[in-house]
Design a protein around this ligand. Structure first.
Ligand SMILES: Nc1nc2c(ncn2[C@@H]2O[C@H](COP(=O)(O)OP(=O)(O)OP(=O)(O)O)[C@@H](O)[C@H]2O)c(=O)[nH]1
Ligand SMILES: [Mg+2]
Length: 301
């Protein structure tokens, strides 16, 4: 049998588990995840290479009705990814019937001819007898190449999903070397691990108004340590106070948790210096948005 390869977009509404699925497929944490919607802001590429195939997954921001410039920019990232791929995996979770996200995703799928697999995620959260009617309902919504119930968190049936993916990939070359499983730089992943902790440790509007910029990244071989300085950018003075917290406590917890994740990623001890700055209205400034969404994917940024 000849080698198969291709690009596979992971698309779906916010919070459905696209990034969790990518991490499960890769076996390490590349993409940050959180219980809050709109965690992913960039298109993140993760590569799975086996002797039979190479699937290049694109994790994308959640697709939803957009009402502000940041949201619109995020949806554009997802829709553009769809046009470039050989296959799409729509990730819906078992609560999909609570909203109209499925319709919105299906409407976007009409713009392309890409084959589509539906992954019904978070099946660990429902009983078996609740699952069957959902699968029946989903099957009637559009012609899917396959419908696969999975749990991205526990890994349940992710292998079945991968088999379906492999079966639909076209014949093609190995685009990336086996030992390359992402196009994201360490610096970018580090900035994301910090942003993830801002998501997890603050409330309401803070996560959405925050961006993280790595100011310096220096390896000290003698000390066996990597020194990182990063800035958490927020939009308002009041938000700065919230991120810093009483006597700096909040920033300290964010820093400690982020450092752990970064040490695991880099396999090294890490010193992490965090600072908070106000960058007014970055999330509604088209140029700042473009920088945020495109520059972080360039090597060396
Ligand atoms: N119980 C359970 N929780 C899951 C599963 N998959 C994802 N989650 C949780 O759902 C939340 C959202 O997961 P993400 O992977 O960040 O979702 P996403 O689709 O990437 O979200 P956006 O980037 O915001 O579009 C997180 O809290 C995950 O831990 C699953 O299979 N079971
Ligand atoms: Mg995500």
């Amino acid at each position: 049998m000849s080698f198969k390869s291709g690009f596979v977009a992971l698309i779906g509404p916010p919070n459905s588990g696209k990034s969790t699925l990518l991490n499960n497929i890769l076996g390490w944490k590349l993409a940050i995840t959180s219980p809050k919607p709109q965690t992913t802001r960039n298109r993140i590429l993760g590569v799975r290479t086996t002797p039979e195939y190479q699937a290049i997954f694109l994790d994308t921001p959640g697709m939803h009705r957009s009402n502000n410039p940041l949201n619109q920019a995020l949806v554009t990232v997802a829709v553009e990814a769809l046009a470039e791929v050989d296959l799409a995996v729509v990730v819906m979770d078992v609560f999909y019937h609570r909203g109209d996200a499925l319709e919105a995703v299906i409407a976007n799928l009409k713009k392309v001819n890409t084959p589509v697999i539906l992954a019904l995620n978070k099946v660990d959260l429902v009983k078996k007898q609740e699952l069957l009617p959902m699968l029946e309902d989903l099957a009637t919504r559009r012609p899917w190449e396959a419908v696969v119930p999975i749990s991205a968190l526990t890994g349940l049936q992710v292998d079945d999903l991968l088999q379906e993916v492999a079966g639909l990939l076209p014949e093609g070359p190995q685009y990336y070397p086996e030992d390359m499983d992402t196009d994201q730089t360490e610096r970018f992943i580090v900035s994301e691990l910090i942003r993830e902790q801002v998501f997890l440790k603050t409330f309401d509007e803070i996560p959405y108004s925050a961006a993280v910029v790595i100011e310096s990244f220096r390896e000290d071989e003698q000390k066996g340590m990597i020194f990182i300085e990063a800035v958490i950018q927020v939009e308002r003075e009041s938000q700065k106070g919230i991120v810093i917290g009483k006597q700096g406590q909040k920033l300290k917890t964010i820093g400690q948790a982020a450092r752990k994740g970064i040490e695991t990623l880099l396999g090294s001890r890490v010193y992490l210096g965090l600072h908070v700055k106000v960058a007014k209205n970055w999330a509604s400034d088209p140029r700042a948005l473009k920088r945020l969404i495109t520059d972080s994917q360039k090597p060396g940024s």
